[in-house]
Write a protein that binds this ligand. Structure first.
Ligand SMILES: [Zn+2]
Length: 183
């Protein structure tokens, strides 16, 4: 599905996935709001939400629901399942922020989306979710930040290194493997 995916080669020779077309397609106005937060890790997702005018709540959600996004009283609100693991909550927040950036008109027209543990909203084409996941990956693991961080390691990319990088960015090892072009 990502036939034209390109890569950044880090200083130690490892390849880091380039920013997605969804990220590159954001308006310069939106990029200006978020880019300042993508220069350090772990990325402060709560601060990005605030800058975008999105409210974030840790909530008790129905079992099997990871996140919700809707427009309430004029503002977008994201609810994150308070009972899930922290790096999981971070990715859910990044995924919902990506939906806000890419799909907010559809969300508003539908009266809000509620997403299951696979971060899929009912009755939405899977393409919508691929788009949100690609942009979410750029929010939690900015390509330039990762390319820079890899300079702290030499030699082969071992599972210990991937776990260490995942911890530093506050993400799952699976999310880190995707960004390191391993899957
Ligand atoms: Zn989704």
């Amino acid at each position: 599905m990502d036939g034209n995916m390109s890569a950044i080669t880090a200083s130690n020779g490892w390849e880091v996935r380039s920013p997605s077309r969804e990220y590159l397609g954001l308006s310069s106005e939106e990029r200006a709001k978020i880019d300042g937060f993508l220069t350090e890790h772990p990325v402060k997702l709560g601060a990005i939400a605030k800058r975008l005018g999105v409210r974030v709540l840790l909530s008790t959600l129905p079992r099997g629901t990871s996140g919700q996004i809707s427009k309430e009283d004029g503002d977008f609100v994201i609810r994150i399942n308070r009972h899930e693991a922290k790096h999981r909550q971070r990715f859910t927040l990044a995924h919902e922020l990506a939906h806000f950036l890419l799909h907010r008109e559809k969300i508003e027209a539908d009266g809000g989306w509620s997403e299951n543990v696979l971060l899929r909203a009912p009755n939405q084409p899977i393409q919508i979710e691929y788009e949100a996941n690609r942009l979410a990956s750029d929010l939690v693991i900015p390509s330039a930040q990762l390319a820079e961080a890899t300079a702290d390691y030499t030699g082969p990319m071992t599972s210990e290194v991937i776990e260490d990088l995942a911890r530093r960015f506050g993400v799952s090892t699976a999310a880190m493997e995707i960004k390191l072009q391993m899957v």
